[in-house]
Ligand binder design. Structure first.
Ligand code: FEO
Length: 392
């Protein structure tokens, strides 16, 4: 069923086979949500990824002749939402493309076309008949061009990527799919896509406070409609945007000959003994997009590596690069690992964590070759320090 509310139909593309979204593991697939508003000047809000065009077109045709579309609103240039504008314009050549100033720049760079652009800014409105749509620029949530469209007549917000989740499902609403499962995926989405832009998210949330909201329809995954669910996701975004974390720890490591693994396991049991919730993630088996979600939840981040050729292991290097870019901030760090003859590579651990806003609690815990019982016992003293940081 495509009707969402009052002449607003969902016409998106369900990408059930997607397992990797530019490096982000998507075991549940994804959905690219597009909407057609059947007002006097029929308006499409966002499109879908290039290979979803036929599905989107069929859904549009089920409710309207695409030749009647007057406006195509592009809330965000990234090609999972704007990738089929060119194909669609072949069916509605008179349609105007509505976007932010940065959106126009981005679309011109991607398509190299002189479409009929209608550039809008925050506070601008667009009358499409019985409705007047409003626009809010959301720079860096999560690209410079990002904006939201709001329909006051319907009290519906179309915030594009914000509040989204990578889920493919026959259900359209979060309460139908299971709110806890949707929130879990929304957290993963925020951690991997939005986390560096907390200050910008705070501004968006402030602007939202003035809007009556009956529904939030993001461009990926399930929609938010129950008042308690809207409150829940907006509150979660507030906490994530302020870089708040839970009083828990995550241990992330890779190991050549099991020594760093022994240290990671010793830390795990010691922290668990202090009644601190703790996760143990090997970079051999855990994907970065799941690891970073755990980092977002956790106030304390412990990272371990063996030394290889004066560097950390490549898997740990990839994690450090990723976490430095996403900048979780306001967290405590502990570094550890095993080495053979040079400790120089460990500097990368502390440097990158600092740059990610994860402040090392001490100078690190490094053991030559294989840790003995006394060294492991000494390492386990870190658990009491972790507890102190998390509970005071
Ligand atoms: Fe879902 Fe930034 O694109």
């Amino acid at each position: 069923m495509s009707l969402i509310k009052n002449e607003i139909h969902w016409v998106g593309f369900i990408d059930g086979n997607l397992r990797n979204f530019h490096g982000y593991a998507t075991p549940a697939g994804s959905t690219y949500n597009a909407f057609i508003v059947l007002d006097e000047k029929p308006t499409l809000i966002d499109t879908v990824k290039s290979y979803g065009f036929d599905e989107m077109l069929a859904r549009i045709r089920a409710v309207i002749d695409p030749a009647n579309i007057r406006y195509i609103i592009s809330n965000h240039t990234e090609m999972d939402h704007s990738g089929t504008i060119e194909q669609l314009l072949a069916y509605c050549p008179q349609a105007e493309v509505v976007c932010s100033p940065k959106g126009e720049e981005g679309l011109r760079r991607h398509f190299k076309k002189n479409w009929k652009f209608k550039v809008v800014n925050t506070g601008d409105t667009l009358s499409i008949g019985r409705r007047s749509l409003q626009f809010f620029l959301m720079p860096m949530v999560h690209w410079p061009d990002s904006m939201a469209t709001y329909s006051p007549a319907d009290r519906i917000l179309f915030p594009n990527d914000a509040f989204g989740q990578h889920i493919a499902s026959p259900e359209r609403f979060a309460d139908e799919y299971g709110i806890d499962r949707v929130c879990e995926q929304a957290a993963k989405y925020y951690a991997n896509i939005v986390m560096p832009y907390g200050n910008q998210v705070v501004k968006v949330l402030e602007a939202l406070q003035a809007l009556p909201l009956e529904m939030i329809l993001p461009s990926h995954g399930l929609f938010w409609r129950r008042p308690e669910d809207i409150r829940r996701i907006v509150d979660l975004y507030g906490r994530w945007a302020r870089y708040e974390a839970e009083n828990r720890a995550v241990i992330i490591y890779d190991s050549m000959w099991h020594s760093t693994e022994k240290m990671a396991q010793a830390l795990f049991y010691a922290i668990e003994k202090e009644n601190i919730p703790v996760s143990l993630l090997s970079l051999q088996t855990s994907g970065l997009s799941d690891v970073i979600t755990e980092v977002m939840r956790s106030k304390c981040v412990l990272v371990g590596s063996s030394i290889l050729n004066n560097n950390v292991l490549p898997t740990v290097g990839a994690f450090l690069t990723y976490v430095r870019g996403l900048k979780p901030r306001n967290r405590y760090g502990v570094t550890f690992g095993s080495y053979g003859w040079s400790t120089v590579g460990f500097k990368m651990l502390t440097d990158f964590l600092r740059e990610a806003g994860i402040e090392p609690m001490d100078d690190g815990h490094y053991v030559r070759y294989i840790p003995d019982a006394a060294e492991l016992a000494q390492l386990c003293a870190v658990a009491a320090e972790v507890k102190k940081r998390l509970t005071t």
